[in-house]
Write a protein that binds this ligand. Structure first.
Ligand code: AMP
Length: 315
């Protein structure tokens, strides 16, 4: 592991187009330093910052992108209201004192052929990781991973990182990007950072901003349900799907009913719970030597929250 020499008090370079970024990147290329890259959609929180700190352990140059990627939003989703907090984000990045460059591209430049949200209307080049994008998150969000893989390909081509840093929070995304790096022969090493949580266990997410105080109280239900399964696995050595997942389903059902009875004006709805093979992402009936990814998505009102726990595996 190499520590970065201090660039601490230098100003962060901000690039709003590919041309200016590439001019800067070319100079870095001749300095023989490792470039670490953390792609984000902004509205930065401690989860994002932990990835940047991790990048700083491995790399001498740190690049962050902030880009709300239209290609990963369905027409029915929250592209327009996705929180955009650029000036706060830049303050947070500058307080880390290790970020060298922030790339803030425009939609028109990243998608020169345009990017209508209806997949049937899209034109141009897209990247799809077949076999791993249709299940779990991909069931409810069919075009999501195509959008993620496409934007990561574009960003990797522009930034040319040596190392990239992704969060376990998006477990399926980690598996997909790792496969994409392998399949497309990107000369990139991928690192996965742990999930950073609030004090009560809620996984940090930019979308937590959508939650009212009442919603925030029940938002923890998904994490609690995953913990029920973890207890069954670790304390009681249960390995089969039904006995692992039943306590989780029961907890969610109980909280859903309690919430309905309280008539708070919003509902809780489980989207899915998945117990999947960590390589193939296929659902499994039993946890074997390879371990498993336990993951799920829960709607609290119209906000969709995701979370996961890994059993005896790494991403
Ligand atoms: P996003 O801005 O949501 O696209 O996330 C950018 C990166 O931050 C992704 O690799 C996410 O997995 C990661 N990330 C998001 N939330 C967390 C969290 N709570 N802990 C760790 N990493 C996270």
């Amino acid at each position: 592991m190499m520590n970065k020499m201090t660039l601490s008090d230098t100003q962060i370079q901000i690039f709003e187009n590919i041309f200016s970024f590439r001019n800067w990147r070319r100079k870095i290329g001749s300095e023989n330093k490792l470039v670490g890259f953390v792609p984000t959609m902004g509205c930065l929180h401690e989860g994002h910052l932990s990835l940047i700190k991790q990048a700083n352990q491995y790399c001498q140059i740190i690049v962050i992108s902030i880009f709300v990627n239209p290609a990963q939003f369905a027409p029915s989703e929250d592209l327009d209201k996705y929180p955009r907090t650029l000036s706060d984000d830049l303050d947070k990045l500058s307080s880390l004192k290790c970020v060298d460059a922030v790339f803030l591209p425009k939609v028109e430049e990243i998608y020169p052929a345009g990017i209508p949200l209806e997949i049937e209307e899209q034109q141009g080049t897209f990247v799809e990781v077949k076999g791993k994008s249709h299940q779990m998150e991909g069931k409810t969000r069919p075009g999501f991973f195509r959008g993620v893989a496409t934007v990561c390909t574009k960003l990797f081509n522009i930034v040319q990182p040596d190392n990239v840093f992704f969060g376990q929070k998006d477990a399926q995304q980690c598996v997909i990007i790792r496969n994409m790096i392998r399949d497309l022969h990107f000369p990139i090493e991928m690192h996965v950072g742990d999930i950073v949580r609030e004090k009560d266990g809620l996984a940090m997410s930019s979308r937590n901003k959508y939650l009212t105080p009442e919603m925030r109280k029940v938002a923890i239900t998904l994490h609690q349900s995953l913990i029920e399964t973890k207890k069954a696995f670790e304390n009681n050595n249960i390995k089969d799907r039904k006995n692992l997942l039943d306590p989780a389903f029961e907890l969610i059902e109980r909280v859903t009913k309690e919430n309905e009875a309280q008539k708070l004006g919003f509902s809780i709805k489980l989207d899915y719970l998945s117990l999947a093979d960590p390589d193939t992402l296929e659902e499994i009936d039993k946890i074997k030597e390879k371990g498993a990814i336990l993951s799920g998505a829960l709607y609290v009102g119209s906000t969709r929250l995701i979370d996961n726990i890994l059993f005896n595996c790494k991403l």
